[in-house]
Design a binder for this molecule. Sequence first.
Ligand code: ASP
Length: 346
Amino acid sequence: MTKSVLIIYTGGTIGMVNDPETGALCPFNFEQIAKAVPEIKEFGFNIDSYTLPQIIDSSDLQPTVWAELCQIIQDHYDKYCGFVILHGTDTMAYSASALSFMLSNLTKPVVFTGSQLPIGTIRTDGRENLIAALEIAAATIEDRAVVPEVCILFGAKLFRGNRTTKINAESFDAFQSFNYPPLAEIGIHIHYNYGAIDYSPKTAPLSIFTGMNTHIAVLKLFPGIQLDLIDAVIHTPGLKGLILETYGSGNAPTSCAFLQKIKEASVMGIIIYNVTQCQGGTVEMGRYETSRELLNYGVSSGYDITMEAAVCKMMHLLEKYTDANEIKKYLNSSIKGEISVNHIGF
Ligand code: ASP
């Protein structure tokens, strides 16, 4: 049977072309993709496309779009060997992180890509990105996907989605994964990093959990932060989770007044997650006096998680579980390869 890949177009720069009459950018019709990128005809597999009813600049993204994407993947799972999601770059790392948590028992590639220049412009990076993403989405060895993960293809690299961050608003290498090696490097050939790809056995069929509890906050520490600000954040009505963006290896002020606020939040039942402001390296709670106190208040360690993955993981767990201890257990562990320790999966 001929292999097929489904392109799901959500919006963003990649799907734009110049209207020859007005010169303005307008959305591209992906039904016509073979006309714009004729190379894809040589692949020898079938390519279908699906455009979301409402295409968006990804700055307008809402978690409902993640649910929509999961549903489309589940509905079309048996028919396609892989999925390519065309997405704006601004929030692509959030979407890839979110889908990694929402999809369970994934055995097929879900490859996010986009571009810095519209696909309809001469120097576009969209063509290369799209071609490589399609090749990876269709790649199999002995009928099994080479990359059965949610990932981001951008420039010359394929990254695990929940390890990726947008680091540059202009460069064709707009994404980076600071704490996990690339899953593949794209040159004349695609070199897969087999040791980094998740091949853990999946015996159950694909399942999706699309609920997200958005009652969370991210509080970035800085010298001079006012207690009133912390107070306002922790007393936000309905707040369930707080991501504390700490210094270095997870450090925070040791003043009684600050710690009192953390204790207050914890006593109110707010789940607190310690994520470092550094892009590389990991939170090590207890290494310094300045983080040991946080442990005493039940703050969970984000280890080397990205902020994008932390936000999505927190929203996912708060919706999926009600028991605080269970939520903390999963926050402190790797569930989809998003941190480098304690893999328990689920
Ligand atoms: N603002 C655009 C978006 O994220 C930028 C891009 O497509 O890269 O949708």
